[in-house]
Design a protein around this ligand. Structure first.
Ligand SMILES: Nc1ncnc2c1ncn2[C@@H]1O[C@H](COP(=O)(O)OP(=O)(O)OP(=O)(O)O)[C@@H](O)[C@H]1O
Ligand SMILES: [Mg+2]
Length: 489
């Protein structure tokens, strides 16, 4: 007859093994704890690190809602929640493990102290004395004594790591290397949580302030969304088992549009080619970035394409979110759609790359061609408001004006829609803008500025017009240099 016997794991062996669950580096481990703080409603999280032999520590403090004694005891238990449980839409957790696995991936000793309803409670796990699952607990004054002073805000919950064997490579790491590690971890956190750190546009969302050793971190937006030369392409919403996945492609500005330091920062340590691809956010928290999920190659021409993918926590199983929240896999049902989309986006990226960053739908530049949509029909006409054209029209007599307008209509009616369509579907990368020699541009711009000056505009106003008029807006460095030389600017 079969017998049911209880066969629990050996505490010490399991906890030692759990140190290798997931693929945490310092930044990923800190991010797992910041997830908990954000889920607990914190608006400030402060990370403080001290590297000083046996008394080294890393402390993560937040001003969230805190935990009661029972909640804290439960939080300290490995597998404190079932991953199958429904989570609230804003919850950044899933497995009931992160607090423990993230902490022990870096340190051997974990203390958590928290306040709630006027009471303080603290608990401590030490991997060197964990046999039999016994945990040290403190309440009231004894618990209070465990808080480390936080000059930035009043702490509600504090997580403290001591015995930092993994972080410091058993103390072999130099102070300089430790500082370098902190700086690179801070960079990663600014990227992982940038959407929480940015100013929020929705009234229901609060922004989070992250501090490292007293210094406030600034968000790092990998799409450079506030730059006028960044292109945002159409958003697509796809449905996976009833939940929405929102895909927003961006094409980064061409390097000629950015100061070198901003260009370098946007490139990241691994450069543009490696960092192109999907950026998957789970509840606005970055999980994985710079991958095309093997749908597409990391090419030189697509290096300016980055695609924001927003997934809700209801799809954790389908995206195979890992315990350390640093990996995901694309559900099979989405593969085909994303492959099509990826090709389209990459074509757009290669055009920006080749055309020196000229923007297709720029609103701040007066184009040569107008694209109008009427009842779903798209038409292209020559934009007679473009100052390069209107300035010339002004010099004509009224009969010449109407003749010229007729000619522009003929040009628009001969716009080669079909040829463009065929070429674009067959060889999208081979269609390029007709090139204009820089000398020709300079000659044209000088003519335009003369005309503008005669119509009463100041030098500054003339330059403003040139900056916002296509095609001159794409050659602004060359034009500035030429105008400076001739004393025209
Ligand atoms: N800073 C905090 N403030 C308030 N509650 C917290 C905090 N950190 C952890 N908790 C509580 O402890 C629980 C366990 O945290 P833990 O990180 O181990 O698992 P999880 O967040 O539920 O899931 P995951 O393993 O995916 O991170 C959380 O569900 C939360 O209730
Ligand atoms: Mg967690």
């Amino acid at each position: 007859m079969a017998l049911l016997i209880s066969n629990p794991p050996d505490a010490s062996a399991l906890m030692e093994a759990s140190r290798s669950f997931g693929n945490y580096d310092l930044a990923a481990a800190l991010a797992d704890l910041i997830d908990n703080s954000i889920t607990a409603g914190a608006t400030k999280v402060s990370i403080d690190c001290s590297y000083d032999g046996d008394v080294s520590f890393i402390r993560i403090a937040d001003d969230g809602q805190g935990m009661s004694e029972d909640e804290l005891k439960n939080a300290m238990r490995p597998a404190s929640k079932n991953p199958l449980e429904d989570r609230s839409p804003d919850d950044l957790g899933r497995f009931g493990l992160g607090l423990k696995t993230a902490s022990f991936s870096q340190a051997r000793n974990l203390t958590v102290i928290s306040k709630k309803d006027g009471k303080v409670f603290a608990a401590n796990w030490d991997l060197d004395s964990i046999s039999d699952w016994t945990m040290l607990c403190y309440s009231d004054e004894e618990a209070n004594a465990h808080f480390i002073e936080n000059p930035i805000f009043e702490t509600v919950t504090e997580v403290i790591w001591r015995k930092l064997d993994r972080v410091t490579e058993d103390g072999a790491m130099s102070s300089e290397d430790f500082n370098r590690l902190l700086i690179s971890s801070a960079d990663q956190l600014s990227l992982i949580f940038h959407r929480y750190m940015e100013k929020q546009t929705s009234l229901t969302k609060k922004s989070i302030m992250l501090y490292l050793n007293g210094i406030k971190l600034e968000p790092h937006d990998p799409f450079k969304r506030n730059h006028p030369a960044t292109q945002q392409l159409d958003t697509e919403t796809l449905s996976v088992t009833g939940s929405k996945v929102v895909i927003t492609p961006y094409i980064l500005p061409h390097f000629s549009k950015l100061p070198p330091n901003e260009y370098e920062r946007l490139a990241g340590e691994e450069g543009y080619v490696r960092n192109q691809g999907f950026y998957v956010y789970r509840n606005r928290r970055l999980i994985i970035h710079g991958t095309w999920f093997k749908l597409f190659r990391h090419g030189e021409l697509s290096k300016l394409a980055r695609v924001m993918v927003d997934i809700p926590n209801t799809l954790d199983a389908q995206w195979r979110i890992t315990v350390d929240k640093s990996d995901a896999q694309i559900p099979t049902t989405l593969k085909r759609r994303l492959r099509d989309l990826t090709e389209k986006i990459s074509n757009q990226s290669s055009r920006v790359y080749r055309q020196r960053g000229s923007k297709i739908h720029r609103t701040d530049v007066s184009p040569v061609w107008n694209r109008t949509v009427t009842k779903g029909r798209i038409q292209f006409t020559v934009n007679t408001d473009n100052r390069g054209i209107s300035n010339f029209v002004e010099t004509l007599s009224s009969s010449q004006k109407s003749h010229f307008t007729d000619i522009l209509r003929i040009i628009a009616s001969g716009f080669p829609v079909e040829a463009i369509h065929t070429d674009f579907s067959e060889n999208p990368n081979n269609i390029v803008q007709a090139e204009t020699e820089p000398e020709e541009i300079v000659r044209l711009v000088k003519e335009l500025s003369e005309g503008l000056k005669q119509s009463g505009l100041s030098k500054e106003e003339v330059f403003d017009v040139i900056k916002t008029t296509a095609p001159f807006s794409d050659y602004i460095e060359i034009i500035t240099a030429a105008l400076n030389e001739s004393g025209n600017k």
